[in-house]
Design a protein around this ligand. Structure first.
Ligand SMILES: Nc1nc2c(ncn2[C@@H]2O[C@H](COP(=O)(O)OP(=O)(O)OP(=O)(O)O)[C@@H](O)[C@H]2O)c(=O)[nH]1
Ligand SMILES: [Zn+2]
Length: 370
């Protein structure tokens, strides 16, 4: 445990409920030999209401005054622990390594994308969409394919080869047959991981397998536990037995890829690979039918790229129109019959999005299914 000064503790915010923050301390203060703050705790005294490594905290007035928000995943300094009551106060928020705004999660390291090889069938286009969406966050993407018990090793090899060409190495698992669950656990250890994937692929089953006592931890939620099904923006981090935290989120079906047309290409590893060794003739190439394009070619997902690009352009046009309905959009024609709406005046609001804003775009991953 990193002790800043006497009485200060370091921990991670694992849940936010109204103005209360559930903070998991870095070390269970009951452990013998742990220092600081724990002096008043006697191991033989009656058990407090709260586990000692978990404190329900408020936010110091000073933080409110400076407008410092506290998010799930935040690393915080806790003061004035009241061990008997399981309470404390957040005095400081350490600077964030990463930040997702929708859902609000600080310091996530990676996205665990869960799909199934069958039941529901693996849909390349849907998978592609999820992958691109995940790439827009800037976090690492771990792809795991569940229900491997339902297809032969030959089929698995075919899927694997295909996805390798996309730039991803899938991990085949089966929650039901307990295949490669320990492998997944290794990937997740000591990291903050956001779980995502369509409905019915086995996310709940996987989480239950990874965290056997999760039912106890989410005892207040009834029915299908821990999936946050009844809340839109509720995010909770669950502790993995071997260290690390898992952000469970509601399922989602077809996430919208909401990036600009220019940046889309960077979310395809295959295209990135091409651009690493060659350049397009034009700086603002959108890789459609421009001459001397380094990206266009016979890679499987090029078709997906074109479809997402059309969406991105349509969305951008709509944005411009919303920004200034009076503005006359002129249809700019490029090369052979290729056309695109461009505003006459560049609006400051819509200049190229920064990496920072890109990182905020997970919203659609977490839209609740109807
Ligand atoms: N054959 C097989 N079935 C599995 C496996 N893992 C999960 N299932 C089944 O798949 C179905 C869906 O599993 P869930 O864990 O509810 O899937 P989910 O992704 O959480 O679904 P949502 O809650 O709708 O997002 C259940 O009937 C599971 O029993 C597996 O490895 N093999
Ligand atoms: Zn190009």
């Amino acid at each position: 445990m990193r002790v800043f000064t006497t009485g200060q503790l370091l921990g991670t915010v694992v849940a936010v409920q109204a103005n209360f923050y559930k903070v998991q301390l870095d070390q269970d203060v009951r452990e013998p030999g742990s220092r600081g703050a724990g002096e008043e705790v006697h191991l033989d005294s009656p058990l407090p209401l709260y586990p000692l490594s978990l404190l329900l905290c408020t936010r110091r007035t000073r933080l409110k005054k400076i407008g410092q928000q506290v998010m799930v995943g935040d690393r915080v300094v806790v003061e004035e622990p009241d061990w008997a009551g399981g309470r404390g106060a957040i005095a400081e928020v350490l600077s964030r390594q990463t930040q997702l705004d929708r859902p609000p999660i600080a310091n996530a390291d990676q996205i665990l994308l869960v799909f199934a090889v069958a039941d529901p069938p693996l849909e390349p286009y849907q998978l592609s969409r999820f992958l691109v969406k995940a790439e827009t966050t800037g976090l690492d993407v771990v792809l795991c394919l569940n229900k491997s018990d339902l297809v032969s090793p030959e089929i698995q090899q075919q899927i694997s080869d295909r996805l390798l060409a996309w730039g991803y190495q899938p991990l085949f698992i089966s929650v039901e047959k307990q295949i490669n669950i320990d492998q997944i656990a290794k990937y997740l250890s000591n990291k903050i991981t956001v779980v995502a994937g369509p409905s019915g692929v086995g996310k709940s089953s996987l989480i239950n397998a990874l965290i056997p006592d999760i039912n106890l931890r989410v005892g207040e939620v009834s029915g299908k536990l821990a999936r946050g099904r009844h809340t839109t923006r509720h995010v909770e981090l669950f502790e993995l037995p071997n260290g690390g935290l898992l952000a469970d989120t509601p399922g989602f079906n077809q996430p919208d890829v909401d990036c600009s047309p220019e940046e889309l290409v960077h979310y395809f590893p295959e295209a990135r690979e091409r651009l690493a060794v060659a350049s397009c003739r034009f700086n603002d190439c959108l890789h459609r039918d421009e001459p001397d394009c380094a990206v266009r070619g016979d890679w499987e997902r090029y078709e997906h790229y074109l479809e997402f690009l059309a969406d991105a352009i349509a969305r951008q046009t709509q944005l411009y129109q919303q920004a200034d309905p009076e503005s006359t959009l002129k249809l700019k024609t490029k090369g052979k019959g290729q056309s695109q709406y461009e505003p006459k005046l560049e609006s400051k609001k819509y200049r190229r999005t920064s990496r920072r804003t890109q990182v905020q775009g997970l919203q659609d991953l977490y839209q609740e299914e109807e």
